[in-house]
Write a protein that binds this ligand. Sequence first.
Ligand SMILES: [Ca+2]
Length: 421
Amino acid sequence: MLRRRILAAMISVLMLPLFFGTKPYGIVVASQSMIRKVPQDYLTIQAAINAASSGDVIQVSPRTYPEILMINKTVHVVGEDRSATIIDGEEKGTVITITALNVEVSGFTIKNGRRESPYCGILVFSIDNVTISNNIVTDNYFGIDLRDCDQSTIFDNTIANNSYVGISVRGNNNIFYGNTIANNTQGVLVSTSTTPNTFYHNNFLNNTNQALFYSSTKWDNGVEGNFWSDYQGSDGNGDGIGDTTYPYEGGWDKCPLMEPWSLNKIFPINRDGETCYVIIRRSCIVASFNLNVSAKQLSFRVTGPSGSMFFFNITIPKTILNKGSSEKWLIQLNSTDVTANSVVGENASAYFIFLMRSFSSSYEIRIQIVKIPIADFSVYLIIGGVATTVITIGVAVVMFKRKRKKTSSSFTHLVADSFAG
Ligand SMILES: [Ca+2]
């Protein structure tokens, strides 16, 4: 038991920064790689790329950079704050062109490419294994264009207000997830591919045409599809997945999401006139959230592809649920007690509960605060009682010995004095 607790504590120490932190886009730098800072070391991002060796990280501080970038070597180009680290193409051409393997671009606003074909916010040209994440790509003609590009990963970007296409794809086996594709004329355009490209957990919001594809395309990860702002379906069983396909019966997205996807799912709770928030950081669909304050329990459903790993990390304010000294957590997954497999932490204002599991089906998660059973509690009382008795006897013995020493010492003085007298 003690061993398990120590293990849980160690896991929690290791996991907390990973899952409670707010910086999911950490870059692992090989020991021989250099970090080149813009504008501290180089005035422009392109100057840093020109000076870089393969594997280097170009770290860019927030400000607006009026640049047209050519990334022709394997580098990680990372902006510190995607809203404030802006690459402005000033309508002179394609803002970022990538022509090297394994390039990563993340953390920027990329805007104002030239507003005509074939210019783009980001063009990946005839190269594979590129990663584009956590950017805002806006006010271009094409937002992101993968042109003859395979096996690349495009995630957590916002691609909005591009005058023609949000995401254009010509290539195979690329994966798109967690992106918000909004207010473009054409949300997604897939032209040719021999192996399907995959889209899931994306939000398609108010594009004039949401998606158009001329070759086989996967619109889910097996269980979870995408959120479409014009989806009309309902969710009878409360698993967060619509009961009918999008955009019509027999349509392409077989598992459309009922709510927009985001990594953090936030549930506002009214408590005595004040709003507090239960936040669930998750890797899968969370639906049917239910809170019962008087019963000290909350529950929700998680859904994901069979065999895949999922995690959730829930933050519960103590103003909503508060655990007393004679109470404990009970965490259940489809009625199976998984408390010992969970990591529970707390600070002054909230509890944090983390669980990672493999999916075999849709699960109901139930988190409760329950009384420690009398049997367990009486053991604590007995142990507590024995400990108190031992301490009391110990203190009494020490006091008795001291008193005896003092008395004997006084007697010695008395005898000595009488002899002296
Ligand atoms: Ca459903």
